[in-house]
Design a protein around this ligand. Structure first.
Ligand code: SF4
Length: 227
């Protein structure tokens, strides 16, 4: 497993305040900037990845680096792929150790937005590192738990973490019994070359999702035969 820790976080404060619904020049803006300063003084975004190769393919499964994954969509997306990159990117556990007053719902919302920005820095750095180092061109990423529950069940986080190695020791990310990651602003997945614009949202029935990046695709749903 390779670890990336030299990740700079240079927030676009105005944009971040916009996302957090904070008006520039307001009293809230001063509070928000104080939180952001605190986060910047301790936050250390990180990422880890492992270059892996496809060992075997079945109808609904694919074995990668000796670890079997069950997902028809993953297997189909990897039909013409030999090498993949398993990864985890995180805002960094340091932000969860900051002592802050509890019970302030707005401050909690802001802190989560700041953590998300740290995660964005880690993801951006990791993507640039992988595409630059391995000359990948266009890529696709799949994440356990994204899309409808049957697309790539979240329980497959266990296999993904097993494939990566000791993620907790290397970058401080832990997996709970229910397969959620801590810190909460962490993403994991498998990235691979591909130019067919796959998005898990194409296989997600959730309505009114503010994060949807692609419309539901009935033809793709049928092709992947989820039940
Ligand atoms: S529509 Fe929303 S919930 Fe569904 S996969 Fe996309 S981002 Fe996730």
């Amino acid at each position: 497993m390779k670890v990336l820790t030299d990740i700079r976080f240079e927030p676009d404060v105005a944009s971040l305040m916009g996302e957090a619904h904070v008006s520039a020049g307001s009293a809230e803006a001063a509070e928000f900037e104080a939180l952001l300063d605190m986060a910047c003084s301790v936050g250390r975004p990180k990422a880890a990845y492992r270059e892996c190769f496809i060992d075997a393919r079945g109808d609904d499964a694919v074995t990668i680096g000796g670890v079997a994954f069950t997902s028809r969509t993953l297997r189909m997306n990897l039909d013409n792929v030999g090498r993949v990159f398993a990864y985890v990117a995180t805002c960094g556990a340091e932000l969860d150790r900051v002592h802050r007053p509890t019970g302030d719902v707005l401050a909690e919302f802001w802190w989560d937005a700041i953590k998300a920005a740290f995660l964005g820095a880690a993801q951006g750095y990791l993507n640039e590192h992988l595409t630059g180092t391995y000359r990948l061109g266009r890529t696709i990423s799949m994440n356990p738990g994204s899309g409808d529950v049957t697309v790539w069940p979240i329980e497959q986080q266990r296999q993904l973490f097993a494939l990566l190695g000791d993620v907790q020791r290397e970058i401080g990310v832990t997996l709970t019994d229910s397969c959620l990651m801590v810190p909460n602003k962490t993403v994991s997945g498998i990235l691979f070359p591909g130019d067919h614009n796959f998005r898990a949202c194409q296989l997600c029935h959730r309505e009114d999702c503010p994060s949807r990046s692609a419309a539901f695709d009935a033809d793709l749903w049928e092709a992947t035969r989820h039940t």
